[in-house]
Design a protein around this ligand. Structure first.
Ligand SMILES: Nc1ncnc2c1ncn2[C@@H]1O[C@H](COP(=O)(O)OP(=O)(O)O)[C@@H](O)[C@H]1O
Ligand SMILES: [Mg+2]
Length: 229
């Protein structure tokens, strides 16, 4: 293996968030390992969603930096805000309540690839594969407002996976689901991890936390414990 593959996926430094006068969290260094699934836990209001959104480049992270390795093995470091262009291609974020455009399921999944200028035939091929992967071929032409909660969550996962990200940030992917819908989403997340992607999920679902190989991070009292058992 070359050095680029041995280096962590990302290292974020100086990740600090204040809410008014209060320090929500202060994380001097956070290493995102390759091909690892992480369950991020912590009480309500601890800052889990905020942390995910800062890493995804959706909230400003003043003073924070991010280090990564380019495809050619060259180490890079830059401010986390705005998220450096090469990382925007490699990081996908899924909101706790995914928002779908009011077009079709197929269109929602194709959106990110179109935004990247991917050729039409390749979009069709990759979207078809993502629909099959998520088990949502039968709703591909359905208007999103007609979908069940479980289907929405699977569309959102397919929309993230189709971008082939190295890092998926999932905010409470199963918290609104039960029964078979929840089991389907757990199985898909297990597959994403098994494919060698890194997954960081805010999660209280014991079954997800207990999937083989899942590492636990706990956010509380302003600190992130990355060796939580
Ligand atoms: N834009 C904001 N303005 C003010 N307070 C916020 C904002 N976003 C989050 N907070 C506060 O930051 C804290 C952490 O929120 P959040 O990241 O949603 O926590 P968690 O996901 O762990 O429940 C909460 O106290 C919340 O009220
Ligand atoms: Mg939250």
């Amino acid at each position: 293996m070359n050095t680029a593959m041995n280096a962590p996926l990302l290292t974020v430094r100086g990740l600090t968030r204040r809410v008014g006068a209060r320090h929500l969290f202060d994380i001097p260094e956070l290493v995102f390992p390759r091909a690892t699934a992480v369950a991020l836990t912590g009480v309500n209001g601890a800052g889990k969603s905020t942390l995910l959104r800062m890493i995804a480049g959706l909230e400003p992270a003043p003073g924070a930096t991010v280090a990564w390795t380019n495809g050619d093995g060259k180490p890079q470091e830059a401010p986390l805000t705005p998220l450096p262009a090469p990382l925007r291609q490699r990081v996908a974020y899924m909101h706790q309540h995914p928002y779908l455009f009011r077009t079709s399921v197929r269109d929602n999944i194709a959106y990110g690839l179109r935004a990247r200028g991917v050729p039409h035939e390749e979009i069709a091929r990759r979207v078809g594969a993502a629909l099959g992967w998520a088990g949502i071929v039968h709703v591909q032409d359905t208007a999103p407002e007609m979908l069940s909660g479980g289907e929405i969550q699977r569309v959102a996962l397919a929309r993230a996976k189709v971008l082939e990200p190295d890092l998926l940030l999932l905010d409470e992917p199963t918290s609104n689901l039960d029964g078979h819908a929840r089991e389907q989403v757990i199985a898909l997340i297990g597959e994403l991890a098994a494919e060698g992607r890194s997954v960081v999920m805010v999660c209280h679902d014991r079954e997800l936390i207990n999937l083989p190989g899942v590492v636990r991070w706990k956010l509380g009292e302003g600190r992130l414990d990355t060796r939580h058992r």
